[in-house]
Design a protein around this ligand. Structure first.
Ligand code: FES
Length: 178
């Protein structure tokens, strides 16, 4: 008889533990799904995407000079919204709206910011002295390819640049953003 009571107590203990576990899981799952949502969104879409970014009014770009412009790209890291700023080199050859060259300022060797040196009419990278001509083509140093050109569009008098990053250290131009 005592054995039977002991067995029933053990069974009831097991039953109540299982019940509490199931109830606990039911309560916890919506919370886990809620907090997991941003991570899923990040992995599904990628943190930063290639996108058109506003590089400012066309009239502010002087003809015949290289101009450095900062563009902003919005990204999502979990719940946090992030703004990344990148620099692009822009050259307007004439008043014509499509006579424009846009180059990424990121050195294709290891990613340092490339500077325009007007006196030499060359782009120079301060890190390992990579040099590029006035069109962004490699002249000397370790960069395995020329500076990366970026597509653009003119929208309502403003220049919009299709920002992308490219793999550094590679002779091939391989986009990093999706
Ligand atoms: S990072 Fe530009 S030359 Fe090395």
């Amino acid at each position: 008889m005592a054995q039977m009571h002991k067995g029933r107590r053990r069974f009831l203990g097991f039953l109540s533990t299982s019940l509490f576990t199931v109830i606990g899981l039911c309560l916890a799952l919506p919370g886990l799904a809620y907090f997991g949502a941003p991570m899923r969104r990040k992995s599904a879409t990628g943190e930063f995407r290639s996108d058109f970014v506003d590089a400012g009014p066309l009239v502010d770009l002087p003809v015949g000079q290289w101009q450095l412009r900062t563009v902003e790209l919005a990204g999502q890291d979990g719940w946090e919204k992030t703004i990344l700023r990148y620099a692009v080199w822009i050259h307007r050859e004439s008043e014509s709206a499509d006579a424009i060259t846009v180059l990424s300022s990121i050195c294709p060797h290891l990613g340092c910011p490339v500077q325009w040196q007007a006196a030499r009419a060359q782009f120079v990278c301060p890190c390992h002295h990579g040099t590029f001509d006035a069109r962004g083509r490699t002249l000397a140093g370790p960069p395995p390819r020329g500076m990366d050109p970026l597509p653009f569009e003119i929208r309502s008098g403003r220049l919009w640049v299709l920002w992308n990053e490219f793999k550094t250290g590679s002779a091939e131009r391989i986009p990093v953003c999706i």
